[in-house]
Write a protein that binds this ligand. Sequence first.
Ligand code: FAD
Length: 390
Amino acid sequence: MNFDFNDEQKLFADSVRRFALAHLEKDALKRAHDPRFPFDVAKLMSAQGLMGITIPEADGGQGGTLMDAVIAIEQVAAVCPRSADVVQFGNFGPIRAFAEYGTAYQKKKWLTDCLAGNAVMSLGMSEPDAGSAVTDLKTTAKPDGSNNIVNGAKVFSTFSPDAVVFLVYARFGPGVGGIGSVLIERGAPGFTIGPPQEFMSGEQWCELHFDNCRIPAENVLLGPGGFKKQMASFNVERLGNTARSLAFGRYCFNQAREHAGVRQQFGRPLCEFQGLQWKFADMAIKLESAQLLLYRAAANADQGLPSAYETAVAKAACNQAGFEVAHEAVQIMGAAGYSKSSLVEYCMRRCRGWMIAGGSVEMLKNRIAEHVFDRRFDQRPLRRQTDAAK
Ligand SMILES: Cc1cc2nc3c(=O)[nH]c(=O)nc-3n(C[C@H](O)[C@H](O)[C@H](O)COP(=O)(O)OP(=O)(O)OC[C@H]3O[C@@H](n4cnc5c(N)ncnc54)[C@H](O)[C@@H]3O)c2cc1C
């Protein structure tokens, strides 16, 4: 067993690091506080071969592995945390499910522009009444001749203020088996996008409303029965959130370490106080252990999709490690860490969101418990109890 990168991975990590230092370091703080999608960064990354790393070359990608994409997101985040969102979009987000299941027509229409950094895609999964219980979604897609008529609403979609196309989970029929997904363009008849609203992190999202929204049948990505496939590819998106959580935690760790080495109080550098040394030791343990789980999930996936269990374990560990380390880094840096002139407070706010987004820590632990006991635990009330309550 070897816990180190191979020579090719080392070279790749080094080249991404050099690219990030040359192009992304300068405006890292400004970028973090700009809610709009950084298309300039996306174009630079496209030219550098950092978009579509895991997408086959025939589709315009790089034909690499999931581990390569994880290396890219880590190296970028270490220099410019906000730019890691572009690596997420180009490699882990809905684009991955789209590349996996899209038709030649669909890919020609949207994938090329996304990989070039000219367009961004958003995922419409969550609804006002369907968050963790995503299969409760009510948005419907009803075939109507050569079209589908979509009705419903979506909330919290990342990149929705800038997206040109939305990958929308929709119900073609009852039950989990009735769920599939469709592609809806901004400007489609019957599709309205609400004003931007803001998360704690400063990221913006818009409500999406579909009111007899008519889309051509060619825009169906996965028809009824597509939910399982959609979720299998969603594990890639989860790993992107996992990798960013950890990388943002590590960013904060490094900032705090530098600070503790030079900041003097009581006539000594902060790092000489044992109360802070033990914080650093705990932070290192959290980062190192979570890192191994992330790499296991990514390396075992190779060029395919990661295992649901390994992804759940890695995401829960990295989400918690990332936030806890970022939170401690703010404490160690005092008012300097709490100030918006440092990226540490920004990273802490972003890490908080990933404990909720893409499968909350609690929902991941439910999944892990099912693995532990090798049985399914239905989260819904027993039918008998529901009936009795009526
Ligand atoms: C930063 C961010 C980005 C997002 N981006 C997108 C996006 O691009 N597209 C999209 O569609 N959605 C997006 N979301 C929405 C996200 O998918 C949901 O927030 C998530 O699924 C949780 O749903 P909810 O917020 O409605 O919380 P709820 O489902 O209402 O849950 C509330 C709390 O209860 C807990 N809980 C619920 N059920 C259980 C259970 N059975 N056992 C134990 N605990 C439980 C949850 O863990 C949570 O702590 C994003 C959210 C955030 C924060």
